[in-house]
Design a protein around this ligand. Structure first.
Ligand SMILES: *Cc1c(COP(=O)(O)O)cnc(C)c1O
Length: 301
């Protein structure tokens, strides 16, 4: 595992508003098991080994960072991997699935309808029957061992700060951050999907189940979904491009681009008091940019 350094940003807006912004570069943790997906897999891999499993099975869309990370982790740590992919097979494989298969992952496609039952006991039982003895990782890799891994994101930040910001899909990463901070500082979660208010409940339940506490030093910022999960707008892509030019930090449009756009927007609005120090977690996910380029014909990296 590599280091995930803290990088301080220099920017006119930050200077004007008297806000300090640091990026926690979780994207640099591992070349293929990037960012929060590595944090979420870490204790699950140990547990799978402990239970004597040889195969990991998980779920995801065709561009999923979690599928990509699980495939790479399986290869590195000696597990067979099976990916249950939402929707139909498209050939040639997109860059995410091509990478996953190059790591040895077996892909199985299921209909979008069937995919909805991905967490139902009957369906999981069916998969166990079909593929044998498996260690099951839920979609996005979120479970209590993933929350445990994500608590280490904050243990790894050697800096005093006021706010910590993180993008959200299932909310597992934010739950780990909230549990890890144990009531200290303020945490802002930026859902990547529309109607992200439901994540409040998910995070509350995960934090409670993991730590036995209910903390109130966190909130959701739901205004920066850009129309929904994996939806983009030209101003988002332009922001990401400018951000990369200025700070030499690549973002991706699904999670980190939206969070950073939202964060700069909040800073511009004076959301943070002068003198505030903010840390934004770069959760990685850059593998997805190759597929985005292919789908939209836009160059991101
Ligand atoms: C998966 C992912 C997230 C969302 O993590 P959750 O734990 O599901 O909320 C955020 N950022 C990136 C880059 C991701 O790949």
């Amino acid at each position: 595992m590599e280091e995930a350094p803290l990088q301080k940003l220099e920017d006119e807006l930050l200077q004007e508003k008297g806000v300090e912004l640091w990026v926690k570069r979780e994207d640099l943790l591992h070349p293929h098991i990037s960012g929060n997906k590595w944090r979420k897999l870490k204790y699950n891999l140990q547990e799978a080994k402990r239970q004597g499993h040889h195969t990991l099975l998980t779920f995801g869309g065709a561009y999923s960072n979690h599928i990509s990370a699980t495939a790479a982790a399986g290869k590195e740590y000696g597990f067979k991997t099976i990916g249950i992919i939402r929707g139909e097979e498209h050939l040639p494989l997109n860059p995410t699935l091509l990478f996953a298969t190059s790591c040895g992952m077996q892909l199985h496609y299921i209909s979008r309808e069937k995919y909805k039952s991905k967490a139902e006991p009957d369906f999981l039982e069916e998969l166990q029957q079909q593929f044998g003895n498996l260690y099951l990782l839920p979609e996005g890799g979120t479970n209590l061992l993933a929350v445990k891994g994500c608590t280490e994101i904050v243990q790894d930040i050697d800096l005093k700060y006021d706010y910590l910001c993180c993008a959200m899909g299932t909310g597992g990463t934010l739950a780990g951050i909230v549990a890890g901070l144990a009531g200290e500082r303020q945490v802002l979660g930026f859902p990547a999907l529309k109607g992200g208010e439901f994540l409040r409940r998910e995070v509350e339940e995960l934090v409670q189940a993991y730590s036995g506490h209910a903390y109130s030093n966190w909130q959701l910022i739901t205004d920066y979904h850009f129309g929904g999960y994996a939806k983009v707008k030209p101003e988002l892509l332009a922001f990401m491009e400018e951000f990369k030019q200025k700070h030499h930090i690549p973002l991706e449009p699904i999670y980190t681009g939206k969070m950073m756009y939202g964060l700069f927007d909040l800073i511009g609005q004076g959301y943070f008091a002068r003198g505030s120090r903010v840390v934004a977690v770069h959760t990685g996910g850059l593998q997805g940019n190759a597929g985005f380029k292919e789908r939209l014909g836009v160059q991101i990296l």
